[in-house]
Ligand binder design. Structure first.
Ligand SMILES: Nc1ncnc2c1ncn2[C@@H]1O[C@H](COP(=O)(O)OP(=O)(O)OP(=O)(O)O)[C@@H](O)[C@H]1O
Length: 254
């Protein structure tokens, strides 16, 4: 279970004339274990900043993040280490997350080596199991990122995120760069993995159809704030907020 309460982040930019951007303002939500919350909203509304705060890559100005009831907001890196494995992210661009100069095996092994997990043989067994789970041939292990397809790369990135046996996956528009036919396969895979492994998902997207199909609940963000949240079908069929209505209409007319 992950919970955020009153999360707020303001950025200051500009060298001569300081500008402040309220990226995230007083955002609260919780995701029970094994469930999916969809975070929807236009570009720049603060979705990635929330993801970065959950991963402790960006420090919030105020608010709290709780993992299974423990507050992780102001832990030092050392204190955070046991929690670090529990939250992983799958990005939009799998190819930019894979080292172009290294074989796929390296990218899959690396997180386990960094976290000092398992023996060499155990790591290989774990990788073989995960490749099977995500539906990718072991032959890919000796290939380089430019020698695999976009869909294969995203499956590899999902397997990589799972090497640390996380509880929570942040899925940051995981299929938006893929062909439509491949998108459906990846989304089905993610849903299947959730059922098998009991994973909790924070799914960032602006694709209303996928959000409706994939999420238990949806939170709609505009200018750093959650303007509306609730069960996915309820939000899409009966939006109450004017911004949510516009977001749904603009997608349907797209
Ligand atoms: N490091 C930073 N310094 C200054 N401003 C930032 C920084 N990171 C994000 N912002 C600003 O904060 C706001 C929210 O950005 P964020 O990346 O969270 O939006 P987003 O909803 O994820 O957008 P997208 O869908 O395009 O990825 C934007 O106005 C952005 O320009």
């Amino acid at each position: 279970m992950i919970e955020v309460r009153g999360l707020t982040k303001t950025f200051t930019s500009g060298v001569f004339r300081k500008r402040t951007v309220r990226a995230v303002t007083d955002v609260s939500f919780s995701i029970p274990r094994g469930k999916t919350l969809g975070l929807a909203g236009d570009s720049g509304c603060g979705k990635s900043t929330i993801a970065r705060m959950l991963l402790k890559l960006t420090e919030p100005d105020s608010g709290e993040i709780l993992l299974d009831g423990d507050t992780i907001t102001h832990l030092t890196d050392k204190q955070f280490k046991p929690y670090r494995r529990k939250i992983q992210i799958v990005f939009q661009h799998p190819e930019s997350s894979l080292d172009p100069s290294k074989q796929i095996l390296y990218s899959l092994r690396e997180p386990m080596i960094i976290h000092g997990l398992y023996t060499k043989e155990e790591r290989l067994t774990k990788i073989q199991e995960l490749l099977h789970l995500v539906g990718v041939s072991e032959k890919l292990l000796t290939r380089y990122p430019h020698q695999i397809s976009g869909g294969e790369a995203q499956r590899i990135m999902i397997a990589r995120a799972l090497t640390l046996t996380p509880e929570i996956l942040i899925l940051d528009e995981p299929t938006s760069m893929l062909d439509v036919s491949i998108q459906a396969h990846i989304m089905t895979l993610l849903r299947d993995l959730q059922g098998r492994l009991g994973l909790t998902y924070l799914f960032i997207s602006h694709d209303v159809d996928v959000l409706t199909w994939f999420c238990d609940e949806i939170a709609v963000m505009s200018q750093g704030k959650i303007v509306e949240s609730g069960p996915a079908s309820e939000i899409v069929q009966h939006p109450q907020d004017a911004y949510t209505k516009r977001l749904i209409d603009s997608f349907q007319n797209w």
